[in-house]
Structure formats: structure tokens, C-alpha cells
Design a protein around this ligand. Structure first.
Ligand code: URA
Ligand code: SF4
Length: 209
């Protein structure tokens, strides 16, 4: 099966998925979008109001800012794959709960396998936690690290900068480093988990469809 067909299959599965309670607040599932051969994958937290209505990731205020940040490094959103750790909207934009993150994880796993991006940019702490445990975003943002063969760069969530203007220049500076990070991907240190990754492995064992 081609990569695009496989991504389409994931999108179909998400649109009718009932593996966690978030299906109750779903208008449209938001599987993510972008080319199946994207070099960069951005992973946010979860759909908000506009994303839930349109079935597309990052189309609200945070999305506008993301597009601006990409433009700052000469990139368009169509060039990158954009998705979230949960594919359905948490009611009132509350934090995704551990059981929801776990239930939804196999979709992201599969997307990572299919797209195999050169760089994964995590936006905010929930997607950072998918790759790096016990880390503080204020301490490690913008620092690339290799996790199980993937290059992961944790960034603040663009919505955080909309709420805290002092973060704006921090996020802009992290984005400005991205092209160089991609060039020097091989030089990033290898992640050594503080505790074992049993939880991650568990997610991989769950069946997808
Ligand atoms: N915030 C996110 O984390 N994801 C979206 O898709 C939109 C806003
Ligand atoms: Fe299924 Fe993920 Fe939506 Fe939960 S958030 S219903 S696991 S697609």
C-alpha cells in the first residue's frame, strides 16, 4: 500500500474511532495533514474549536502563528506534516488525560513509521512527553536529541506564546535554529531515559484498527 493510502486509512479510522472518551466531543477527527514524505513533522497537543470544526490541525490562532513561524524560516505549512498527540478535541480544550493519550498513541506511532521524518518537532509538553520523560520544557526547548533513531526537537507550544508574550522571541529563536538542526541532525546527543520506557513500548503493542 502506498504511504498516502495508509495515511488515508488512519484518517478514516480516526473519524469513527471510539477508543477513548474524546469521541463524544468530536465534530470532525483531526488526524493530521501534510506530505507523506515530509522531512519535518510537527506534533501538537490536540484539536481546538476550529480544528474540530474543520477536521484540520492548527487552523486557529495558534495555527496562524505556526504559519508565521514557518514563513520566518522560508517554509510553508504544505511542506511539513502537522498532527497532534490526540486526534479528537478535548472538551473546552482541557488537557488530554493519560488514558486518552495512551488510547490515541498507536495512530501517531503509525504516522511516524509511514512518514519517517528527519526531524520531529514537539509543540508543548504533552507531545514532548511522548518522546522524553521527566523533562521540563523550559530547560530543554530548542535542544535536539536522538530518541530511538529519531531526531526530536522540543519547542514551546505556539499557543503558549500567544498567552505569554515574553515567550514569543524564545519560540522565534528556536524556529530560527531549525534549518541548522536539520543539517546537523547526526550530531545531536542520544537520549538516555531517566526511567525505563515501558509506557512507550506498551503503546506500540496496542493494535491500530
Ligand atoms: N493546538 C494544538 O495543539 N493542536 C492543534 O491542532 C491546534 C491547536
Ligand atoms: Fe480515538 Fe484518538 Fe479520538 Fe480517542 S482521541 S476517540 S483514541 S482518535
Amino acid at each position: 500500500m502506498t504511504a498516502d493510502l495508509e495515511l488515508g486509512k488512519i484518517a478514516d479510522a480516526v473519524s469513527t474511532c471510539k477508543k477513548c472518551a474524546l469521541f463524544h466531543s468530536r465534530a470532525k477527527g483531526v488526524p493530521g495533514e501534510g506530505p507523506s514524505d515530509a522531512e519535518i513533522m510537527f506534533i501538537g497537543e490536540g484539536p481546538g474549536f476550529h480544528e474540530n470544526m474543520q477536521g484540520r490541525p492548527f487552523v486557529g490562532a495558534a495555527g496562524e502563528f505556526l504559519v508565521e513561524l514557518l514563513a520566518g524560516i522560508g517554509m510553508k505549512r504544505e511542506q511539513v506534516f502537522i498532527t497532534n498527540v490526540v486526534k479528537c478535541r478535548p472538551p473546552g480544550n482541557r488537557d488530554p488525560q493519560p488514558e486518552e493519550l495512551q488510547a490515541c498513541a498507536p495512530y501517531l506511532e503509525r504516522q511516524l513509521q509511514i512518514i519517517n521524518p528527519r526531524v520531529i518537532v514537539t509543540l508543548g509538553r504533552f507531545s514532548m512527553a511522548r518522546f522524553i520523560s521527566n523533562a521540563k520544557i523550559s530547560e530543554i526547548h530548542g535542544q535536539p536529541i536522538r530518541v530511538k533513531g529519531m531526531l526530536v526537537v522540543p519547542f514551546y507550544h505556539p499557543a503558549a506564546a500567544l498567552h505569554r508574550p515574553s515567550l514569543r522571541s524564545v519560540i522565534e529563536a528556536d524556529f530560527a535554529k531549525l534549518p541548522e538542526l536539520i543539517q546537523n541532525a547526526g550530531k545531536a546527543p542520544v537520549y538516555k531515559p531517566v526511567k525505563n520506557l515501558e509506557e512507550d513500548n506498551h503503546a506500540e503493542q496496542l493494535s491500530l484498527f
